[in-house]
Ligand binder design. Structure first.
Ligand code: ADP
Ligand code: YYY
Length: 237
């Protein structure tokens, strides 16, 4: 069972995907964390993140390792734990530029496909281009949305500056989030986009628990459809 969950920032992808995977005994992959980790590595290693050629030249250098346990989703770059530092404003501000570079996308997409193929018990993969590009044959595709106001309210206070202080500027958070959506949706290589066959869920008025319940129901239905289609496909052969 391969589940793709895409959508813009703050729609609830990570929280929903982790909970659904934990509840159903599936693996979990946060692809945004991979783009954040490679961005963090570039910022730490003197790569000019305003220069796509410099980003492309460095794209193959770091070793990015992702854990797939939904209860402990670890991420490291060259062996260094990146789970804390990838959430800083500095990384958030640079990640769209780094992830727009085709060499970075090719590298990370290959990693993602390998991880999904190795997850024998099934996996929930969340990101921006999972249903459209990374795993176009996923058994279920979900596209989460929410109003910019709701998304900024959820994000604000969660973000930390480099010295660990919380970011409480709601208007600034909303502006930065809209700018990142725009960059992610307008890049040439696999932009943020709903796949034609994805189920769209607007989470603006829903609690996180309601979204989780909705996605669990969708996964269970997709699993039942897959099981029912299996014998028929075999019989047709
Ligand atoms: N439906 C919801 N209602 C209220 N808060 C939510 C909802 N979904 C997620 N959140 C909260 O919003 C924040 C961002 O959610 P997250 O799952 O990280 O979103 P994304 O991965 O899409 O950026 C988290 O603090 C999460 O607990
Ligand atoms: N499949 C993906 C996942 C993330 N990205 C890029 C674009 C996003 O702005 C950044 C960060 O993604 P992440 O999911 O961590 O972002 P949020 O936590 O939802 O704000 O990575 C991508 O290009 N493709």
């Amino acid at each position: 069972m391969i589940v793709a969950i895409d959508g813009p920032s703050g729609t609830g992808k990570s929280s929903t995907s982790k909970a659904v995977a934990a509840q159903l005994g599936l693996s979990y992959l946060d692809t945004g964390a991979q783009y954040r980790a490679i961005t963090w590595w570039m910022l730490n290693n003197g790569v000019d993140v305003s220069d796509p050629a410099a980003i492309a030249a460095a794209a193959g250098k770091p070793s990015i390792v992702s854990g797939t346990d939904p209860r402990d989703p670890a991420i490291s770059a060259d062996g260094l734990d990146a789970s804390g530092p990838i959430r800083t404003q500095e990384v958030t501000a640079a990640v769209s530029a780094v992830s727009a570079v085709p060499e970075v996308r090719a590298r990370i997409t290959e990693l993602q496909r390998t991880i999904a193929a190795e997850a024998v018990g099934g996996i929930v993969v969340e990101g921006r281009d999972i249903g459209t590009t990374v795993l176009p044959h996923a058994d279920l595709k979900v596209f989460l949305t929410a109003s910019p106001e709701a998304r900024a309210a959820r994000r604000s206070g969660e973000l930390k500056t480099a010295d660990g202080k919380p970011v409480t500027d709601l208007a600034g958070t909303q502006q930065a989030l809209i700018a990142r959506d725009k960059a992610d949706s307008s890049r040439k290589t696999s932009p943020l986009k709903k796949a034609d066959d994805a189920v769209e869920v607007d989470t603006t008025e829903l609690t996180l628990e309601q979204v989780i319940e909705c996605v669990v129901t969708l996964v269970e239905k997709a699993a039942a459809d897959k099981a029912a289609a299996g014998p028929m496909e075999k019989a047709a052969r």
